[in-house]
Design a protein around this ligand. Structure first.
Ligand SMILES: [Zn+2]
Ligand SMILES: [Zn+2]
Length: 263
């Protein structure tokens, strides 16, 4: 199963190879929304390997021309679960400025995974869907202060920082302090901006929030745009309450030096 296919087909092939997944073995691609960073290689992947694309009617409509080349469609709708063998995907709506954007709660025999990568704000529904997950893949898009001084145009900055944009490190930290479910044993920080964030900073803010919440038992993994994330085995995660070794913070280098002049 693949959630989204935002890399080019070639890059997708290379990444799948890197984790020993034969694309012909993929059973479906589930699309969160039709922004290009989520669908870029999806149609070609679908066509070349006969993989069906699962998307909402709104996403299919917004996709544009590329959608014509898809091998086959299945419809997705918030609140309507779909099952693939032992996996059950429960799509739910999140706050983002695409025509319709989904997060997923993926139920497996080893526990549930919460997946939400383009979320302008934490909603009650997102809190509820993730409360008993064992692992969360959550957006940690930007640092509020780096976005403020970023080279992006003011209109883009306010779109990113708005309720229909992307989740900041700080907003994710507030979610962790206030709402993190007791079963969560691993958080994957995802959809990091290359311009408005720094992986080590996102990780630091997440770890500080976990410490504030008294959760030294949670593993933190930062997903990067340029490399596959290490494979995480749900069944191998430590049970809740078992403290992980203390993490040593590193010095953080910021992505741009004198950008304050553009703020
Ligand atoms: Zn998006
Ligand atoms: Zn995105």
């Amino acid at each position: 199963m693949l959630i989204d296919a935002g890399l080019s087909y070639r890059a997708l092939r290379r990444r799948l190879d890197g984790v020993n997944v034969d694309p012909d073995a993929l059973r479906a691609v589930l699309i969160t929304h039709a922004h290009v960073d989520h669908v870029r290689g999806a149609a070609m992947l679908s066509r070349k390997h006969g993989i069906r694309i699962h998307a909402t009617a709104a996403a299919r409509e917004a996709w544009g021309k590329g959608a014509d080349k898809v091998a086959g469609w299945e419809s997705l709708a918030a609140g309507r679960p779909v099952a693939f063998g032992v996996l059950r995907f429960v799509p739910f709506g999140v706050s983002h400025d695409a025509d319709e954007t989904l997060g997923f709660r993926v139920e497996t025999p080893e526990g549930a995974i919460g997946f939400a990568t383009d979320v302008g704000q934490i909603t009650d529904d997102l809190v509820a869907r993730s409360s008993d997950c064992r692992m969360l893949v959550m957006e940690s898009n930007h640092a509020v202060e780096l976005l403020r001084v970023s080279p992006y145009a003011p209109s883009v900055r306010s779109r990113i920082g708005g309720d229909g944009g992307h989740l900041s490190n700080e907003a994710l930290a507030a979610f962790i302090r206030e709402h993190l479910g007791g079963q969560v044993q691993c958080i994957v920080l995802a959809h990091l901006s290359r311009i408005n964030n720094v992986p080590a900073l996102a990780e630091l803010i997440c770890r500080e929030a976990l410490t504030a919440a008294g959760r030294s038992d949670v593993r933190v993994v930062v997903a990067g745009q340029d490399r596959p994330t290490p494979t995480i085995a749900l069944e191998a995660l430590a049970p809740p309450g078992v403290a992980r070794p203390a993490h040593r913070a590193r010095q953080v280098a910021l992505p741009f030096g004198s950008a304050s002049a553009q703020a």
